[in-house]
Write a protein of this length. Structure first.
Length: 318
């Protein structure tokens, strides 16, 4: 009995030592893991090359065509602004505002939804009028409607998106303004889905800064479907083979304004807005958004965009 008691006590003491010896071992493992993570984080930060600030300062800013031009160059992923001129000035965005219309529409419609055209003749500028006119009562799938708006800049298709929206035209406009505020836009105010500016129609509220448009363009590009559409070189309506369209001239190899860096874009023009252009481009493996408003000619939108792309290319290479 006496020996059994001693054996029991020895076993208990051994088990107690074994348990207490495991605790520091676990703590040690956690410490090593934490240290490894810190080291990995440190190495990661070291491996990322810093931009040469002094070299960037020495790169001359691009001289745009006129002093009135508003422009912004932004990274489509991070939102980093590489260049800005008159970026907070309120401007008429013309058809570039259709990027905002697309953001609202893509959240509501599905590709095969049939949209009915209505009030087409209320539009003073009908894009398809001289090729394949759009008439009231047509049923067109959403996939055609949104591509027609973005790639052909069809005002008829922009109106169709608004007229078929839940709650109707006014609800669509309200959704556009709410979306703009949600994105952080400060100068956006719209009263139509297409960007036309006509006093007799009450369409003089259409305002947007280039900084705001860059934010809209950034949100637009984050949507996979919209990104695919704006990167499409050309398109023919599935519902009507006579309605064809192409992307902006800077994407077309036969154009004198072709630039291999440009993925796609959206043009805009009214007498009040003058010429506007938003583009998406691949520069040094980054997707770059350029916005230019209030240019005097279509050619100037292309030449200024090229200057901005050349500039950001130098900055990223610094």
């Amino acid at each position: 009995m006496k020996y059994r008691k001693w054996i029991t006590m020895i076993c208990a003491a051994f088990m107690l030592c074994a348990c207490t010896s495991k605790q520091p071992e676990k703590k040690k493992t956690n410490t090593i893991s934490h240290t490894a993570k810190q080291k990995e984080k440190k190495n990661k930060s070291i491996s990322q090359p810093a931009l040469n600030v002094e070299k960037i300062k020495s790169i001359p800013q691009p001289a745009l065509n006129t002093e009135e031009v508003s422009a912004v160059v932004m990274d489509a992923e991070s939102g980093k602004v590489y260049y800005a001129k008159n970026e907070q000035e309120s401007r008429y965005p013309a058809s570039t505002i259709k990027l905002l219309s697309a953001l609202v529409a893509i959240e509501y419609y599905k590709d095969d939804d049939l949209l009915t055209t209505k009030n087409i003749m209320s539009l003073p500028d009908r894009v398809f009028a001289y090729t394949e006119p759009v008439h009231d009562g047509e049923q067109i799938p959403f996939k055609d409607v949104i591509r027609g708006m973005l790639l052909k800049s069809s005002n008829e298709m922009a109106l169709t998106l608004a007229e078929n929206y839940q709650g109707g035209y006014d609800a669509f406009i309200n959704a556009m303004n709410k979306k703009a505020k949600k994105l952080g836009c400060q100068k956006v105010e719209v009263s139509n889905p297409h960007g036309l500016s006509y006093a007799e129609k009450g369409w003089l509220k259409e305002t947007c800064s280039t900084k705001d448009m860059a934010l809209i363009a950034k949100a637009f590009y984050k949507n996979n479907e919209l990104r695919n559409i704006i990167s499409t070189p050309s398109y023919t309506f599935e519902s009507n083979q006579y309605r064809t369209m192409q992307n902006v001239k800077m994407t077309q190899q036969a154009s004198p304004y072709y630039d291999e860096r440009v993925i796609g874009g959206k043009t805009g023009f009214t007498n009040l807005a003058k010429r506007c252009l938003v583009t998406y481009s691949n520069v040094n493996n980054k997707t770059i958004i350029t916005v230019v408003f209030k240019e005097n000619s279509r050619e100037e939108t292309f030449t200024d965009t090229k200057k901005l792309l050349d500039y950001v290319n130098e900055v990223l290479a610094a």
